[in-house]
Write a protein that binds this ligand. Structure first.
Ligand code: HEC
Length: 154
């Protein structure tokens, strides 16, 4: 029993140590930028396969589509946590409006999360036409927010 406890304490200490090292080279704000950009990248990765299935570039695989839609629904909840105060500078394309129009930014996040959740729900049914329509709705939330809150590629 004692052995087990000390093992848990040790791994917790290692984990804290590891995170500490990973963040040591960056400020918390820089890490937040990296985190939100990475979560958008991960979300887009899973969205990509669904997109290829929708376009017929890849055979429709109901289980894979449904799994990816679940991942996208989950991942869509992550980026907002990375827009911490003070993380408006550095290696970012976020516009200052993310912070100055925080309510509007939150609404845009909510829209994405709710359309992504609907897509995951629909994906269980396996009607590709319905899925394509819902993907269109989800994409609108990406586009809308990028127009208002993301600087154009340079
Ligand atoms: C609530 C606003 C919002 C929504 C909704 C949104 N984005 Fe973004 N997205 C941003 C902002 C802001 C950035 C810039 C982040 C940065 O550079 O710090 C960004 C960046 C990105 C990036 C670039 C990541 C990188 O490498 O830097 C990708 C890819 C992306 N978004 C994909 C999507 C997709 C796909 C959707 C819809 C499923 C989506 N986004 C929805 C605001 C949003």
């Amino acid at each position: 029993m004692l052995k087990k406890t000390s093992k848990i304490v040790l791994s917790a200490a290692l984990l804290v140590g590891f995170v500490g090292v990973a963040q040591a080279e960056m400020t918390r704000e820089e890490y937040a930028v990296k985190f939100r950009r990475s979560s958008f990248t991960a979300m887009t990765w899973y969205y990509g396969a669904m997109s290829r299935m929708a376009k017929g570039e890849m055979p429709y695989d109901k289980a894979l589509f449904a799994r990816n839609a679940e991942y996208v629904a989950f991942l869509s909840k992550l980026p907002k946590d990375g827009f911490i105060p003070g993380s408006d500078g550095g290696d970012t394309k976020a516009k200052p409006e993310v912070w100055s129009k925080a309510d509007k930014f939150k609404e845009a996040n909510d829209r994405m999360e709710s359309e992504a959740a609907k897509l995951a729900e629909l994906a269980k049914g396996g009607n590709l036409d319905a899925l394509k329509e819902q993907m269109g709705k989800l994409q609108k939330t990406c586009k809308g927010c990028h127009e208002d809150f993301k600087k154009k590629a340079d």
